[in-house]
Design a protein around this ligand. Structure first.
Ligand code: T4K
Length: 410
């Protein structure tokens, strides 16, 4: 057990973990069922293009979420591009800066300008009070993101969108299995988009889906996912290749069968983190509303340097040396990444709440690949680091900062 600063691997102690502990280690469902399905795909020689497993996955996701239509895609980024086109977004679209870079990139890719809104520090989601000031005659839509699977201000965004005649999309990449006011996320706005990337709690290797109750939008999305084909040899619009392959759908179906167990493990890990980190000064584990469903995939800490005595990046360096590859999502905020940093200057560039949060957030490993003992050990390291925060901060001043360290040690 590491109790003093000298025990820490960053100063020569043995790393607490032999193997690297990742944030986003994929949850693998029932391997036997997956391999059975893959064999069936190979036997039937039907590998892609709206196959049986894709259709089954779409049906099951639509049922789970309680929407009329689910259109499975190769990933969430392409799904967002397709929906933006299907809804005829143009000019400017308001998005949060505190999100994965895919959210604004999918717009910029279509030559639509993302206009970044600041976040509400209580929710980490787009602050609805600041949106109307960003609306211009060029604004065509709003994209809310349910960060960490906690619903963004859905009701406020819906009323702003209605008032100004704007389209409303929700990036629900984190939010499969989560609810808002007792209703499953997926049925809000014009459409919502899930990601089933390997690092998500539910995965199809790579994948995503558009969910909507709008029949016309669903039909357009489906056509655009398949090059604009309306039937066998009839192309009616511009399209792309956004199809999900059968093998991905097979993974999705196996993951679905296992979803409740994954959620239960995640929730139990979350509770263990909460117990182990209870009373550690300057460390706050974000809360999930007990009245709502959540997949508990994200273990998110906020590090308050003034109280902890150590800043987030120093703590991150301590953990990386121990082979805990904690992450600082979504540092430094999309508005401070290229091309947006160069495109937007002056006051528009400053988003104080986002900038403050991206300096404080630290995400920790969760999922079925993480053992209870790992969590206890990891939390003890955090506890030790904070107990010796001032000493670590002083020692860190002598280490030359390497801006690429967070990636380099992966
Ligand atoms: N909107 C939001 C809010 C999102 O978070 C995302 C995706 C999107 C939209 C777009 O969805 P997709 O188009 O991807 O469907 C990852 C994912 O690539 C990305 O899907 C995800 N968000 C984002 C938050 O995280 P990286 O760059 O952090 O991945 P990487 O390679 O660093 O992996 C993370 C950790 O997981 C590493 O420690 C390694 C480990 N890992 C990763 C993979 C892929 C594994 O252990 N096994 C694996 O197979 O982006």
């Amino acid at each position: 057990m590491k109790t003093s600063v000298c025990d820490l691997a960053i100063w020569g102690g043995a790393p607490a973990f032999k193997e690297k502990l990742h944030v986003g280690r994929p949850n693998i469902g029932d391997r036997r069922r997956l391999l059975e399905r893959i064999n069936d795909i190979l036997d039937r020689r039907w590998l892609s293009n709206d196959g049986r497993y894709v259709q089954e996955l779409e049906r099951r996701i639509a049922e789970l979420v309680g929407v009329k239509h689910c259109i499975a895609t190769c990933n969430a980024t392409i799904a967002q591009e397709i929906v933006a086109r299907a809804l005829e977004l143009k000019g400017e679209v308001i998005v949060p800066s505190f999100t994965f870079i895919a959210t604004p990139h999918a717009l910029q890719w279509l030559q639509i300008a993302p206009v970044f809104g600041d976040l509400d520090p209580r929710t980490h989601n787009l602050d609805p009070r600041q949106i109307e000031a960003l609306i211009t005659p060029r604004t065509s839509g709003i994209i809310g993101v349910h960060i960490w699977g906690r619903a963004c201000a859905v009701d406020d965004l819906e009323s702003i969108a209605r008032k100004h005649g704007l389209k409303l999309i929700f990036d629900a990449a984190h939010a499969l299995g989560c609810s808002h006011r007792g209703r499953m996320i997926g049925g809000f706005g014009d459409a919502e988009i899930f990601s089933f990337h390997a690092t998500k709690f539910f995965n199809t290797f790579e994948g995503g889906a558009v969910v909507t109750n709008n029949d016309e939008l669903a039909a357009r999305t489906k056509r655009m996912r398949n090059f604009g084909f309306a039937s066998y040899d009839q192309v009616v619009c511009t399209g792309t290749n956004g199809k999900m392959p059968e093998v991905a759908a097979a993974m999705g179906l196996s993951s679905l069968e296992w979803m409740d167990e994954i959620m239960a493990v995640n929730r139990q890990h979350y509770q263990l983190y909460a117990e182990e980190l209870c009373g550690v000064d300057g460390v706050t584990l974000i809360a999930y509303d007990p009245a709502e469903k959540n997949n508990f995939q994200y273990i998110v800490l906020e590090i308050e340097e003034r109280i902890a005595g150590i800043n987030r990046d120093d703590l991150l360096a301590v953990l990386h040396a121990e082979n805990v590859l904690a992450r600082r999502y979504f540092y430094p905020g999309c508005h401070r990444m290229e091309p947006y940093r160069s495109l937007f200057s002056g006051a528009k560039r400053s988003l104080p709440a986002t900038e403050q949060l991206t300096d404080r957030v630290l995400t920790l490993p969760n999922g079925v690949a993480v053992a209870d003992g790992d969590i206890v050990m990891l939390c003890r390291i955090i506890r030790t680091a904070i107990q010796h925060g001032a000493e670590i901060a002083e020692r860190m001043r002598w280490i030359k900062p390497d801006p690429g360290f967070a990636r380099a040690v992966v």
